[in-house]
Design a protein. Structure first.
Length: 456
């Protein structure tokens, strides 16, 4: 009954905290969760959870206390069994194991997100935006491009049928000289306009970009390094290539760039000229520091040429970040959960410390009478608790390493789990544990022996 009462009070406090923190959580997780106070099922489930938690939490101490023999309790000769001590210590170890795993996970996730954020994608995603070619803009793209290049801050303009961060189609319709007839390798096709390479800021390794000065570029193709490896040409420029039954030749080779999530390897890419496609996006490179005037001028031009459709645009770096929105949300939430986990673990350790000090109060007093120093008593008490923390570290570090290694394997391009992560986590955990037990240990060490020995 006492445990259920405590659980009920905890639920009331928890509901108050939830109502206060829910807006913050929704902002953090990009959700719109509401507290269903008008839902009867919510209250039924909450009541059942309270009762079940109270019964489970109260059953062990209730059964344990009911097993005491009254005569031993009244005589003061009651001794707690080794099994009970191991159970309490096991709970503390379990709590710290979960805390350490969460801290390791938080650090690894943060490192992976930082790795993604700073990863060289093979093109310059800063000051690069794209506009959807809707409505009349599909037919009037040449006019739009010509006039837009005269606006403030506009450096280059090209076009692409998909977005730079999601070129994800696949085809086996590629033929070349010396190809194995039984081989059907997959390539990613892309359709782009003139000046694509310099607009994107991609490194050109061989050949040239698409250009209106070369009418034959309508059947010209640009490969990335992975596509060239698949095809196997040693000197590819000018070599024949048939793409979707359209015979042409290779005019350029570009350095690999990431056009999809870093969870995937860079695929073999073949670019064809799509200057006159009737769909896609306009890619616009803006000069640094000229973003606001450039967008304002683009909006005015848009209203003149394509007034039936709203002016919309997206920045390449923002769209790239959206690919990892889930990871960023998990990182933020893991920070909070790691803090809560270590806090709860410290509460468990503090409770065990208070209990142990109370049980050993007479022993501590006798040691002081016999000349034990405050530092010696503190060391004596701290050693037992630090043993539990070290045991938790020995269990949690391999588990944390294993779990996060599996998580990192979902990324083809990933950071590593460095040894210093475990060192930092170990030092932090031990420091937190020492801070938690220090107050009670020092308090027991400086208590006058007479207070505990006067009844002897």
């Amino acid at each position: 009954g006492e445990a259920i009462l405590f659980c009920s009070l905890a639920v009331v406090i928890a509901l108050a905290f939830v109502s206060i923190l829910l807006p913050f959580f929704n902002t953090l997780s990009n959700k719109q969760i509401q507290l269903p106070v008008s839902n009867a099922r919510f209250w039924i489930n909450t009541s059942l959870l309270t009762i079940i938690t109270g019964v489970i939490a109260g059953s062990y101490p209730a059964l344990y206390l009911s097993s005491f023999r009254p005569i031993k309790v009244l005589k003061g000769t009651l001794k707690f069994t080794t099994r009970a001590s191991l159970f309490r210590k096991g709970l503390v170890v379990f709590q710290f194991v979960l805390s350490v795993i969460l801290i390791i996970g938080t650090i690894v996730i943060s490192r992976q997100i930082e790795y993604i954020r700073t990863k060289n994608l093979g093109y310059n995603r800063e000051n690069l935006l794209y506009l959807p070619l809707d409505g009349d803009l599909t037919k009037k793209y040449p006019v739009f491009k010509q006039q837009a290049l005269n606006l403030r801050g506009i450096k280059y303009i090209t076009r692409i049928t998909q977005t730079p961060t999601q070129i994800d189609m696949g085809t086996a319709g590629v033929e070349w000289e010396g190809k194995d007839p039984t081989s059907k390798p997959m390539f990613t096709p892309g359709s782009v306009g003139y000046d694509f390479i310099k607009t994107m800021g991609i490194t050109l390794l061989m050949g040239r970009d698409f250009s209106k000065d070369f009418p034959t570029d309508s059947v010209g193709y640009i490969l990335n390094e992975q596509a060239l490896k698949k095809i196997g040409y040693k000197d590819p420029i000018g070599k024949p290539l048939t793409f979707w039954s359209k015979k042409g030749s290779i005019i350029g080779v570009i350095k690999d760039f990431h056009f999809n999530s870093l969870k995937l390897p860079v695929a073999p890419l073949i670019l064809r000229l799509g200057e006159n496609e009737n769909y896609g996006n306009a890619l616009i490179r803006i000069e640094a520091g000229q973003t606001k005037p450039a967008i304002a001028d683009l909006q005015q031009l848009w209203k003149q040429i394509n007034p039936q459709f709203p002016f919309t645009y997206k920045f390449s770096d923002e769209e790239f970040s959206k690919l990892y929105q889930t990871e960023m949300t998990v990182s933020k939430l893991s920070d909070c959960f790691a803090f809560l986990a270590i806090f709860i673990s410290c509460l468990g350790l503090l409770g065990l410390t208070i209990f142990t000090v109370e049980q050993r109060s007479r022993e501590i007093s006798i040691r002081k009478v016999l000349g034990a120093s405050i530092i010696g008593i503190f060391r004596l008490l701290s050693r037992d608790f630090l043993t539990l923390v070290l045991l938790a570290l020995l269990i949690a570090i391999p588990l944390g390493n294993y779990i996060m290694s599996i998580w990192l394997q979902t990324y083809y391009y990933r950071t590593d789990i460095s040894w210093w992560i475990f060192l930092v986590v170990s030092v932090f955990t031990i420091a937190i544990a020492l801070l938690t037990i220090s107050f009670q240990s020092i308090k027991a060490a400086i208590t006058k022996p007479i207070k505990n020995l006067r009844t002897e």
